[in-house]
Design a protein around this ligand. Structure first.
Ligand SMILES: [Ca+2]
Ligand SMILES: [Ca+2]
Length: 252
């Protein structure tokens, strides 16, 4: 019968849209650092690491590595944080701890930042940039990523009230500057898996990373509804026709 199919499908669509609204996500920034003013972070010291991150403006000292400008303003007035390459100190480590001043209210946080890892002379001698969040490894990349600022974004479970975020850079060889800029931490309120239609985001958990989309009304769902409705309509016509024929035949 046509009508049970259609009713079930429309109820399903209503459920999808209802949940889409109730599962909406609010991102409340609790840490926002573009390095244009003093930010709340701390440099680790020995024996926890080997050297410190430093501020940069415009190109870095070495000609074949590092950004030409920061990410915020894309010019030499803007500031970023970076580690300077040193071929004799390969493998040494520099770490910073971000120090948010507000708590995570529902156990989920989101981190977004930009990074620059370029070795323009090659062979690739870039080291590793990695991020730990709330005691777990969240993200890591090694090697030359090209001469551009790239964005990283991840949502992760945080059992600490104050999320502890650590950026760690491991020096590569010559021409292996690593820079970061525009770091934002959000308190995630609502559904941590929700994203707006048409976008995806990396979702980190203690078990690893995955891609997730929120429930959305897609074109394929509409096609299914139209097809089922058409089938239901044809069946209805067949039924009406059969009933009509029976009535006529009975009268004859
Ligand atoms: Ca240090
Ligand atoms: Ca900046």
């Amino acid at each position: 019968m046509w009508w049970p199919n259609s009713i079930l499908l429309w109820l399903f669509l209503i459920w999808i849209n209802t949940n889409k609204r109730t599962l909406a996500q609010t991102l409340n920034p609790i840490f926002d650092c573009n390095f244009e003013k003093v930010c709340s972070f701390a440099q680790d010291q020995a024996p926890l690491d080997d050297f410190d991150w430093i501020y940069g403006n415009g190109p870095t000292e070495a000609p074949f590595t590092g950004p030409d400008a920061d990410n915020t303003f894309q010019n030499a007035t803007g500031t970023y944080l970076y580690i300077r390459s040193n071929s004799t100190l390969r493998g040494t480590v520099a770490r910073i701890h971000l120090l948010p001043s507000q708590i995570v209210t529902q156990g989920w946080a989101r981190l977004e930042f930009f990074y620059h890892m370029s070795d323009r002379e090659g062979p690739d001698r870039l080291g590793t940039l990695s991020v730990d969040g709330c005691g777990y490894p969240l993200w890591s990349v090694t090697g030359n990523q090209g001469n551009l600022w790239l964005k990283a974004a991840m949502t992760f479970k945080c059992e600490q009230d104050m999320p502890e975020l650590v950026f760690e850079a491991i020096r590569g060889g010559r021409d292996s500057d690593i820079a970061i800029d525009d770091i934002i931490i959000y308190d995630v309120i609502g559904d941590p898996f929700f994203t707006t239609e048409g976008t995806t985001s990396a979702l980190s958990t203690n078990l690893g990373e995955s891609e997730n989309d929120g429930p959305v009304l897609t074109t394929s769902m509409l096609v299914i509804v139209v097809v089922f409705s058409a089938i239901g309509f044809i069946l209805l016509l067949c039924l009406v026709s059969a009933v009509f024929k029976k009535v006529v035949m009975d009268k004859l």
